[in-house]
Write a protein that binds this ligand. Sequence first.
Ligand code: ADE
Length: 243
Amino acid sequence: MKIDILTIFPRMFDALNESLIGKAQTRELVDIQTVDFRDYADNKHNTVDDAPYGGGAGMLLQAQPILDAYEDIESKSNTKKRVILLDPAGKKFDQAMAKDFATAEELVFICGHYEGYDERVKTIVTDEVSIGDYVVTGGELAAMIMIDATMRFVPGVLGNDISAYDDSFSNDLLEFPQYTRPADYKGMKVPEVLTSGNHELIRQWRLRESLKKTYLKRPDLLENREFTNEEEKMLREIKADLL
Ligand code: ADE
């Protein structure tokens, strides 16, 4: 996969050279390139922002440097591109979107600053996306979150035995509690079933705990979910136990 990031703070993306995403880059599972769109500003001071027509507080990113930087990227490859505009007014990013982005050949992220963008930037955009209902100082952190979550779905990135499809949210349930050694830490014991070696009982226990945790912490995730008969029965029992 190829990822291009249009930003005026390219060094922020050095963080992607660490950990799993860093490894994915060395292993050439992804090619991440930053493009400083300030380099494309067509004025001698290299400014990329200006005051909004009609008045109002703050500055807007101009369309010209961003559109020219994108044109340069486009001229270098004819892969189909998904162009993502980081914007608190966009659609809220989630695990399903990460999975979908992971199927693209090339992703282009446009990171904004100041009060927003000149509306004409949107002529090249395929997706306007937000990381949540809060405003951060720029799109860079938001882009890094999306790149990280997306890369987890690119085959090979997590290693062979781990799958992002088992993570919380991937089946619309939160992940069950996990334990590692020792089995007894200062009197805090690991649930006996987990040390029983009985795979079927362990599976049932995990499913029940996932359902319970989701019901208690994120009931909204259950609202439109389709349940198996087993899950429905467990959920009824969980609710009865909690009464
Ligand atoms: N830029 C500023 N806030 C943002 C958010 N919540 N999501 C995406 N980009 C942003």
